[in-house]
Write a protein that binds this ligand. Structure first.
Ligand SMILES: C[S@@+](CC[C@H](N)C(=O)[O-])C[C@H]1O[C@@H](n2cnc3c(N)ncnc32)[C@H](O)[C@@H]1O
Length: 336
């Protein structure tokens, strides 16, 4: 049983970065009829994103996961894994800056908006903006100092002025961006940070290499698909270097947290994290089910059982997965 992805991305006939009219105005996040499409299993995706089962050579919108309520619940749970693992919503020393009146924070690829909401709650003086290709964030029931706008990270320049934000945060875009685009986007993020402000980027290490061997390794199939479309499964290990390579950054740092899949039973926090991680992987795999089925991994009837078997074996095999945050300060500001 297996699927075949071509190992090398084919040459592209569209530029990586396209400047689009879309960013001439900022659009508040409101679902429109043409915002969505549905896959064979009925899961809702962003209309412009190319499912994992399809060739994405001519598109910059690689993102493969759904944007429906089920996925929003997974993102919430994943957010709490991150909080528990790292002990907070960010690692950069931004507290003082975000407490100052007029402070501004931006969450790129904000998903459900949970990070933006919590940051807006923790820093009522700050104005927090969430930016995502999918208009799925709450429009009315929200904090006054949190706002959401629709936009595409692959259209540069981003629709923000130079030196605009005290803190720009971006998390879990691993399946959504091309390898060669990451350093371009990071440079663009640095442009919109105020002198003395901070950038923080968070991704996880490719978990596919340590997956199950007794049952088909579904995460490996997914990672192969992401790679074949030009994504970078090793991006978490490069973030710090990309930040450090800019002459505009200083105090570049990295925090990597291990998440063991078979912790000692007495370590209740680690046991809880491993269980939550199992649910997270289940949610991701269910989200790409239609694509993997279309690629010939198994039948629709077999898929949920294979996901269960994958996660059971993964949690019974002693290994560690790693989640990394890289952060930096932009030169300048009162501190210098
Ligand atoms: C895995 S989710 C992570 C969401 C959020 N950062 C979190 O950690 O909960 C990735 C998010 O990136 C968004 N995304 C993917 N490609 C994008 C693009 N080209 N422009 C803007 N957002 C994008 C998706 O819609 C999705 O909400």
């Amino acid at each position: 049983m297996g699927i075949c992805y071509s190992s090398k991305p084919k040459p592209r006939d569209v530029p990586i970065v396209s400047v689009q009219k879309q960013h001439d105005t900022l659009e508040p996040a409101r679902p429109r009829a043409d915002s969505f499409k549905y896959d064979a299993s009925g899961r809702r995706l962003h209309a412009d994103c190319t499912p994992l089962s399809e060739d994405a050579v001519a598109s910059d919108k690689l993102y493969v996961l759904p944007n429906d309520d089920e996925e929003m619940e997974r993102l919430h749970m994943q957010h709490y894994i991150v909080r528990l693992l790292f002990g907070g919503n960010y690692s950069a020393p931004v507290t003082k800056r975000l407490e100052a009146p007029g402070a501004k924070a931006l969450d790129l690829g904000c998903g459900s908006g949970i990070w933006a909401f919590e940051t807006a709650t923790d820093f009522p003086q700050a104005e927090v903006t969430g930016f995502d290709i999918s208009p799925v964030q709450p429009g009315t029931v929200k904090r006054k100092n949190a706002n959401f706008i629709v936009g595409d990270l692959t259209y540069l320049p981003l629709p923000f002025e130079d030196e605009n934000f005290d803190f720009v945060y971006m998390r879990f875009l691993i399946t959504g961006l091309r390898k060669e685009f990451w350093p371009v986007l990071i440079k663009e993020i640095i442009r919109i940070v105020k002198p003395g402000g901070y950038i923080e980027l968070m991704e996880f290490a490719n978990p596919a290499m340590q997956g199950p061997t007794k049952v088909p390794n579904l995460v490996a199939f997914m990672a192969q698909g992401v790679m074949a479309r030009g994504g970078d499964p090793d991006i978490s290990r490069k973030l710090k270097d990309y930040l450090a390579s800019s002459p505009e950054t200083t105090e570049v740092n990295e925090v990597t947290k291990p998440l063991p899949t078979c912790p000692h039973p007495s370590d209740t926090k680690a046991v809880r994290l491993a269980r939550m991680y199992g649910d997270d992987v289940t949610g991701v795999l269910m989200g790409v089910g239609a694509a993997l089925i279309a690629k010939g991994v198994c039948t629709e009837e077999q898929y949920p059982g294979l996901v269960r078997a994958h996660v059971e074996e993964m949690l019974a095999t002693d290994h560690t997965v790693y989640w990394t945050r890289a952060f930096a300060r932009k030169h300048g500001g009162l501190e210098e």
